[in-house]
Design a protein around this ligand. Structure first.
Ligand code: C2E
Ligand code: MG
Ligand code: MG
Ligand code: MG
Length: 276
C-alpha cells in the first residue's frame, strides 16, 4: 500500500510497506535470473479417472527454490509474476516443459494429458496461438494431450475480450482442451460458460475439504456433477485427501479426482512408477 498524505504528492511508506515492496523487487530480480537460467522446476500431479481407475492425466505446477531467497510458493510467486509481466515467461517455460514431457510419454506409449495453468495476461499476447502451435510442433506433442486450465477470474475477464475468446476457439479446434479451474470460488457466470470453449470443470478443494461432514456440501457437489453432465462437461474434484472423499465423489458420478490421497505433485519418474 502506497499512501499519499494530504493530497500532495508526498508518499509515505510504513515499515511493512517497505518490506513488502523490497520483497517484491527482490523476487522480481531473482526470478528474471531463474528464468534466464531455466532454474524453475515442474512437478506433476496425477488425475485419476474414477470409472476406469486409471491415471489419465497430470497437472503441471511450477516449483521454484532460489539460492538466495529459498522456496517461493506459487501463491506468492504467481501474483507477483502477474503484476510484473513475468507470468508470460513462466507460462512459456511451463508450456515448453509440459509439451516436452507429454511428447516423451507419448513416445513411450503413455497417453497422459498434461494440464498447465494459464493467466489471462498470457492470452492478451496476440501471438499466443502461434506460440502454442510452434511449441507443439517443436516438441512433437500431439495437441490433444495439452490441456489449459483457466480460473473463473480469467473467464470473467475473457468474456468481455473477443480476441481472447477467438484465440481459445482456434486452440480448441486444434484439439487443445480448456478446463475451468477452482470452480465455485470466484464469480461463476453462465455467460462465460456459454461463450468459452470449456470441456471440464474442476471443483475447488475448499468444497472437498468439508465434503465428508457437511450434507449441504454433498448436495452442492452432487448438483455440480449433474450440472456438468447436463451441459456435456467433465467434472474433476481437486484436493481429494481421503478415501472417504473419493468414495463419495465416485458415488456421485464424478468423472475424475486429483489430490494428496492419490499423490502429491511429483517428478515425471515418480508418475511413471505410479502408473505401474
Ligand atoms: P490450482 O491450479 O488450483 O492447483 C491446486 C493447488 O493445490 C496446487 O498448489 C497443489 O499442489 C495443491 N494441492 C493438490 N492436491 C492437494 C490436496 O489434496 N490438498 C491440498 N491442501 N492441496 C493440494 P500449488 O502448486 O501451490 O499452486 C497453487 C496455485 O498457483 C494453483 O492452483 C495455480 O492457480 C497457481 N499455479 C501453480 N503453478 C502455476 C503455473 O505454472 N502457472 C500459473 N499461471 N499458475 C500456477
Ligand atoms: Mg490448476
Ligand atoms: Mg484449482
Ligand atoms: Mg487454486
Amino acid at each position: 500500500k502506497v499512501r499519499s498524505e494530504g493530497g500532495g504528492n508526498i508518499i509515505s511508506l510504513t515499515k511493512a510497506d517497505h518490506k513488502a515492496l523490497s520483497t517484491k523487487a527482490l523476487i522480481e530480480k531473482r526470478l528474471l535470473i531463474a528464468l534466464d537460467e531455466k532454474n524453475l522446476k515442474v512437478l506433476y500431479q496425477p488425475q485419476l479417472n474414477l470409472a476406469t481407475g486409471k491415471i489419465t492425466g497430470v497437472e503441471a505446477f511450477v516449483r521454484w527454490e532460489d539460492e538466495e531467497i529459498g522456496i517461493v510458493t506459487p501463491d506468492v510467486l504467481i501474483p507477483i509474476a502477474e503484476e510484473t509481466g513475468l507470468i508470460n515467461d513462466i507460462g512459456t517455460f511451463m508450456l515448453e516443459q509440459a509439451c516436452l514431457q507429454a511428447a516423451t510419454w507419448h513416445k513411450k506409449g503413455l497417453n497422459l494429458k498434461v494440464s498447465i495453468n494459464s493467466s489471462v495476461r498470457e492470452f492478451r499476447d496476440k501471438n499466443m496461438v502461434l506460440q502454442i502451435r510452434k511449441v507443439l510442433e517443436k516438441t512433437n506433442c500431439p495437441a490433444n494431450l495439452l490441456q489449459i486450465e483457466i480460473t473463473e477470474k480469467f473467464a470473467l475477464e475473457a468474456e468481455a475480450e473477443t480476441s481472447i475468446i477467438q484465440q481459445m476457439k482456434q486452440l480448441e479446434a486444434d484439439g487443445i482442451v480448456f478446463v475451468l479451474d477452482d470452480f465455485g470460488t470466484g464469480y461463476a457466470s453462465f455467460r462465460y460458460m456459454q461463450l468459452l470453449p470449456l470441456a471440464e470443470i474442476k471443483i475447488d478443494q475448499t468444497f472437498i475439504s468439508t465434503l465428508e461432514y457437511q450434507k449441504k456440501v454433498q448436495k452442492l457437489i452432487q448438483g455440480i456433477i449433474q450440472f456438468g453432465k447436463t451441459i456435456n462437461m467433465r467434472v474433476l474434484a481437486e484436493g481429494v485427501e481421503t478415501a472417504g472423499q473419493q468414495e463419495l465423489l465416485a458415488g456421485f458420478g464424478c468423472d475424475a479426482v486429483q489430490g494428496y490421497h492419490i499423490s502429491h505433485p511429483v517428478t515425471p519418474r515418480e508418475i511413471e512408477k505410479l502408473l505401474k
